[in-house]
Design a protein around this ligand. Structure first.
Ligand code: S3P
Length: 176
């Protein structure tokens, strides 16, 4: 089975930017579950939240994640970037527990908010909500991560390089 790298972490941690660069380096497929949800819904995530609510979004997100991680083995590796809240689904969490290449992109709260606010993210509209989710989710990310990557002060290219090195080391030794 071709390897699947999964990137988890809070909004603004750079999962999509890093994932895209990592996939390019490796010549692997890149999948962003937020984009899959938007394609499936025919709307942006913000529109989906506003019209149908968060639960409707989470349902589509769960389907998108399970499909991206499982699915047919195309023979080519995959890098899958998950939306920040995907780990709150029990189904997703128990699927991730079985995955050996889950990377948590760790970010500090201030940088995360600076990057995520004022844009298309419905859960970054209210600072208090954002702060609460940040601390609530930390435990899940830590628990599910096989690798923790400190993103502070690093560019997306640097982070893709760092993950690439961790992967090479893991492939050589069977552990990081
Ligand atoms: C969310 C994170 C977003 C997106 C949605 C909800 C969350 O993805 O899935 O707005 O609950 O943390 P990013 O983490 O890619 O911003």
């Amino acid at each position: 089975m071709a390897p699947t790298v999964i990137l988890i972490g809070f909004m603004g941690s750079g999962k999509s930017a890093v994932g895209r660069r990592l996939a390019r380096r490796l010549g692997w497929q890149f999948i962003d579950t937020d984009s899959l949800v938007e394609d499936r819904a025919g709307r942006t995530i913000a529109q989906l939240f506003d019209s149908d609510g968060e639960d409707a979004f989470r349902k589509l997100e769960q389907e998108a994640v399970i499909k991206s991680i499982g699915g047919q083995d195309s023979g080519v590796g995959r890098v899958v970037s998950l939306g920040g809240g995907a780990v709150t689904s029990r189904t997703v969490a128990s699927r991730l527990e079985k995955e050996p290449l889950v990377f948590f992109l760790d970010i500090d709260l201030e940088t995360a908010y600076r990057r995520a606010c004022g844009g298309a993210r419905p859960l970054a509209r209210d600072r208090a909500v954002f702060n609460r989710l940040f601390s609530e989710r930390e435990k899940s990310y830590m628990r599910l991560a096989r690798f923790i990557v400190d993103t502070r002060g690093k560019s997306a290219d640097q982070l893709a390089g760092e993950i690439n090195s961790l992967l090479s080391r893991q492939q050589r030794t069977g552990s990081a």
